[in-house]
Design a protein around this ligand. Structure first.
Ligand SMILES: Cc1cc2nc3c(=O)[nH]c(=O)nc-3n(C[C@H](O)[C@H](O)[C@H](O)COP(=O)(O)OP(=O)(O)OC[C@H]3O[C@@H](n4cnc5c(N)ncnc54)[C@H](O)[C@@H]3O)c2cc1C
Length: 341
């Protein structure tokens, strides 16, 4: 859940805002070829990839509104180069593929995905308004339902047979759980360690200021649409409360002003906090559910779920189609040694 006053919805028009909350369609397909659970960026990108891979009918269900989780509050940066020397080289390679996948999606998905150019320290990277990207992806999915909580499932002969929800039962041929954190479902015995890492964000009023070299090099803030200055997110480990803490946003602002004094006269218009889903080793899980041939999971995308969404969705769609795990998801298996910390 994202809390506080978030910039991204204010950049959407009325039609885009309505598409975040379609409610329950009258012609809800109860027996889709693919049921995707979770309307964050990973669920929306997975549903889109399944459609592009022609996997048949695709239904996307979300318990709240689309983008209600971490995705709707993220900074929306698609900057693999900022992870060089920070994250494992093979993960940085995956992030680079992730950016390439966004670029390809921008040109192959009807209406595009809202990709914006972003210069990161002289390197051409990209960014999105994550809610607009969600709207664009979901707009090409024929059946999207919000306000539908998935609560359980039954299995027969190594397959998910039924999925129970607040809107009744589904009998999908295949199902993907893209629930941010691992889903807690009746009938699913999944002992997967995960937690959330809170992050605060702030954004100023429009300015005409240019980013000073010191701020750019320290990578503590960026200038986005209308010259607004976007800062964050923080890593507020141990703070699970669904509140924006004024002392944290004040500390962020003071840090920024001390590096960029011209900002002192500018007002901060947006302050919000959201919660990164994470596994102990800070790598995502992208895998088939143990013992089930028709159910998959993508959770714990931590700091890079927006960047990795299109690549993840396409890898899952390929796996659903071929029955074989694509090599790029192997580092994100449930069986890896580091997963349990
Ligand atoms: C401050 C901050 C800044 C960030 N900036 C960036 C960035 O610049 N770039 C980047 O790549 N990443 C960034 N991230 C990380 C990114 O936000 C996450 O990795 C990503 O949003 C995770 O997406 P998701 O779809 O897996 O999860 P979520 O967005 O949480 O979506 C999961 C959805 O599943 C739904 N759901 C859960 N359980 C059920 C159920 N039982 N039934 C139905 N629906 C269910 C939830 O309601 C939710 O909408 C940032 C995160 C934070 C906190």
């Amino acid at each position: 859940m994202t809390v506080g006053h978030v910039l991204w919805p204010d950049q959407l028009d009325a039609d885009e805002l309505a598409r975040l909350r379609p409610g329950l369609p009258a012609d809800l397909d109860r027996e889709p070829d693919v049921l995707v659970v979770g309307g964050g960026i990973i669920g929306c990108a997975t549903a889109a990839a399944c459609i592009q891979a022609r996997l048949g009918s695709v239904v996307l269900v979300e318990r709240d509104v689309l983008g209600a989780g971490a995705s709707g509050g993220a900074a929306g940066l698609l900057v693999p180069e900022s992870h060089l020397g920070v994250d494992p080289p093979e993960f940085v390679a995956a992030m680079r593929r992730g950016l390439d996948a966004w670029r390809a999606m921008e040109s192959t998905w009807a209406g595009g995905v809202g990709l914006l150019p972003y210069d990161w320290q002289g390197q051409p990277q990209a960014r999105v308004n994550p809610l607009r990207a969600i709207v664009r992806l979901a707009s090409g999915v024929p059946c999207v339902a919000t306000g539908v909580n998935v609560s359980g499932m039954t299995c027969t002969a190594g397959q998910v047979a039924t999925v129970s929800t607040s809107a009744g039962e589904f009998r999908p041929r295949q199902v993907v759980f893209a629930t941010g954190l691992p889903p807690g479902l009746a009938g699913l015995d999944l002992n997967l360690p995960a937690s959330e890492v809170k992050g605060h964000m702030l954004c100023t009023a429009p300015t005409r200021l240019r980013l000073p070299a010191a701020v750019r090099e320290a990578d503590i803030a960026r200038v986005i649409d209308d010259g607004r200055v976007l800062m964050g997110g923080t890593l507020d480990v141990g703070d699970a409360q669904r509140v924006v803490r004024p002392e944290v946003t004040e500390r962020m602002w003071r840090e920024l002003i001390s590096a960029w004094s011209a900002l002192e006269s500018v007002s901060v218009e947006y302050r919000w906090a959201c919660f990164r889903p994470a596994h102990p080793d800070h790598l995502p899980v992208i895998d088939r559910l143990p013992g089930l041939s028709n159910a998959w999971l993508s959770t714990g995308q931590y700091k890079t779920g927006i960047l990795m969404a299109v690549e993840t969705g396409q890898a899952l769609a390929e796996w659903l189609q071929t029955g074989t795990a694509p090599p790029e998801v192997k580092p994100f298996a449930l069986s890896r040694d580091t997963l349990r910390g």
